[in-house]
Design a protein around this ligand. Structure first.
Ligand SMILES: Nc1ncnc2c1ncn2[C@@H]1O[C@H](COP(=O)(O)OP(=O)(O)OP(=O)(O)O)[C@@H](O)[C@H]1O
Ligand SMILES: O=P(O)(O)OC[C@H]1O[C@H](OP(=O)(O)OP(=O)(O)O)[C@H](O)[C@@H]1O
Ligand SMILES: [Mg+2]
Length: 292
């Protein structure tokens, strides 16, 4: 990152685009709040300045965010990978944010389609024309693609399309429409942080590190325990921490206290294993923020 070019912004504030509504909006604002930034309290607010943290937030449609960032109008954005790819904007994904995960699929009436070769000559409805066209082109499949704004599942029932290509999360919308996916996943999506790698704005690294800190804080917990010095090596092998565990002497002769960050997943199993090797007073605590 350090070899990237930086360009000054006119206001001196980092200009950040945040989804104003939809599937990514709430989780994006929550993550920013956890990163120490002010967030709007009213969903009608369109912009918000956080002078103390050197950031100005613009609440925009997630589909438009990649365009603003790609053109350099805004410095940074949070949007979906599928929307970034669909836009063809010259913005780059720099961090996956761990929410808004979905898969992009072709789907048709249950039982009718099983293979992508059946797409040849089909009428495909989608809100993601860019993604679908490049997928078909790469495979040399000729089909007609129609752009719809949303609720694409209904287009088949209405006779406008034979097949749809859309975001699938739980699959319940497809099921309700009597549709099922077929063929390989077109792409795996999720919320991502984007910027222009060719012109990284000042203040971007601090912003990225704050969000990364939240990701780490969410996926790790702090583990503390006491153990006899004779067993500490075995215990530390189970809890190596990020750099290395902290081992401090206890008042009680021959015992030490150990502190290490451990992955949240499997932390309870780890507590069982630590108990087995002699650890006692084992505590798990949440981490609220972190810089590694
Ligand atoms: N269950 C979901 N439904 C829709 N989008 C989801 C879901 N889960 C994650 N996403 C992601 O959210 C982004 C699209 O956001 P959203 O659906 O809110 O926008 P939109 O379809 O343009 O607007 P709206 O649905 O409010 O008209 C995409 O990146 C998409 O992959
Ligand atoms: O697999 P599921 O959990 O059912 O979620 C997927 C559905 O959610 C989104 O619709 P959205 O509510 O954004 O409406 P839209 O289609 O009008 O964009 C998406 O377009 C699918 O229709
Ligand atoms: Mg939608």
């Amino acid at each position: 990152m350090s070899d990237r070019v930086t360009t000054p912004t006119t206001s001196g504030l980092l200009r950040v685009a945040v989804p104003n509504k939809g599937a990514l909006s709430q989780a994006a604002s929550e993550m920013l709040r956890e990163s120490g930034y002010r967030q709007r309290s009213d969903s009608k607010e369109l912009t918000l300045v956080d002078v103390d943290n050197g950031v100005e937030f613009f609440y925009l449609r997630p589909r438009d965010i990649a365009l603003y960032v790609g053109e350099g109008t805004l410095d940074v954005g949070i949007t979906g990978r599928d929307l970034l790819l669909d836009s063809g904007a010259k913005a780059d994904e720099v961090l996956e944010l761990g929410f808004g995960r979905s898969r992009f699929h072709f789907a048709g009436p249950a039982g009718r389609y099983s293979d992508l070769s059946q797409l040849a000559g089909a009428r495909i409805a989608t809100s993601y024309v860019g993604v679908v066209r490049s997928f078909l082109e790469e495979r040399g499949i000729e089909a007609s693609v129609t752009r719809l704004d949303g609720a694409v599942e209904t287009s088949i029932q209405l006779g406008v399309a034979d097949v749809i290509a859309d975001v699938v999360e739980t699959g319940s919308t497809l099921r309700q429409a009597g549709l099922e996916t077929f063929g390989e996943v077109i792409l795996e999506s999720g919320a991502v942080l984007i910027t222009r790698s060719s012109a990284v704005p000042p203040g971007f690294e601090v912003f990225r590190r704050r969000l990364e800190g939240v990701l780490v804080a969410r996926s790790y917990v702090m583990m503390d325990y006491d153990i006899e010095s004779a067993h500490v090596a075995r215990a530390c092998a189970l809890t190596p921490g990020i750099e290395s565990p902290t081992v401090s002497p206890l008042q009680r002769e021959g015992w030490v206290a150990v502190r290490a960050m451990v992955p949240r997943d499997g932390a309870h199993r780890l507590m069982d294993e630590l108990y087995e090797v002699g650890a006692r007073g084992i505590l798990l605590t949440d981490i609220h923020a972190c810089r590694l």
